[in-house]
Design a binder for this molecule. Structure first.
Ligand SMILES: Nc1ncnc2c1ncn2[C@@H]1O[C@H](COP(=O)(O)OP(=O)(O)OP(=O)(O)O)[C@@H](O)[C@H]1O
Ligand SMILES: [Mg+2]
Length: 252
């Protein structure tokens, strides 16, 4: 499977709003837009519908990225839903300014119906599913047949199903989630990028046969006050030499 480094955005800021909507001409909004183009390019035949976003460590920018991406896809008239499967640290409710109620765990426990579960934000052109009531049995939840059935239904009803997932290093959730998604996009915060940790996470994904289709670099260091962003167009393989190439790119 072809994998690409999809893009780099810019330095750390608080993005608890959709920057692609609020500041469409900013560097970071432009970078998100470019990344969508790259994802569409990798997925040119449309086979990859259920996309999972993970990282090595927490705070890489997954939730920010996935919600901007959903907004951009929705704005183009495509039907898109975000599913918050980061059940230990749910945040999609905050992005959509919705209570963390009628969520996924509530649906799986039979407390809410599908119609109540899938919410719609008209202003963001996006459907979304919040995580729901906290559970200590996260892995059990991720393994239920009902979750698989839900993803299958969403797959039929939407053009894109974007899954916000936890990081790889601390817990195994992302690996369980990868069993029900078509492909993984790996998010790296450039400013905290420790090569060994990134490579460990990628190795773990590889060992578990996870289909990683690309890497997104976020929060690129600033030079003075200037923010910048760039896109890498080249591809790298995910094999014995793939990690080295990743190393080199991070050193830049
Ligand atoms: N592209 C970006 N450029 C600059 N800052 C960003 C970018 N993306 C996210 N941030 C900021 O980084 C912080 C973490 O972002 P976010 O919550 O999206 O990460 P996450 O990977 O979902 O974290 P967690 O693992 O805790 O779920 C937030 O303060 C956010 O505003
Ligand atoms: Mg998150």
């Amino acid at each position: 499977m072809r994998r690409k480094k999809l893009f780099q955005s810019e330095r750390t800021m608080e993005y608890d709003y959709i920057v692609s909507k609020e500041q469409p001409l900013s560097f970071v909004a432009e970078a998100f837009q470019k990344t969508l183009v790259n994802i569409e390019y990798v997925n040119v035949d449309g086979n990859l519908k259920v996309l999972q976003f993970t990282s090595s460590l927490a705070g890489a920018g997954k939730t920010t990225f996935v919600s901007n991406l959903a907004y951009l896809i929705g704005k183009k008239g495509k039907k898109v839903v975000i599913v918050d499967l980061d059940l230990r640290k749910p945040k999609i409710n905050r992005i959509f300014k919705a209570p963390n109620e009628n969520g996924l765990t509530d649906y799986l426990a039979g407390r809410v119906k599908y119609e109540e579960l899938v919410q719609f934000s008209e202003s963001l052109h996006t459907h979304f599913i919040v995580a729901g009531e906290r559970t200590t049995a996260v892995v059990n939840v991720l393994e239920t047949q009902k979750l698989k059935d839900l993803i299958a239904r969403l797959r039929q009803e939407f053009d894109y199903v974007l899954v916000d997932a936890p990081p790889v290093i601390a817990v195994s959730d992302a690996l369980y989630i990868a069993r029900i998604t078509d492909a993984v996009i790996f998010v790296v915060a450039q400013n905290e990028a420790k090569r060994s940790i990134i490579n460990d996470a990628l190795k773990t994904l590889k060992q578990n046969d996870v289909n990683v289709i690309g890497t997104v670099f976020t929060q690129v260091d600033s030079r003075g006050n200037e923010m910048y962003a760039y896109t890498y167009g080249y591809e790298y393989g995910y094999n014995s030499t793939g990690d080295d190439k990743l190393d080199q790119s991070i050193k830049k």
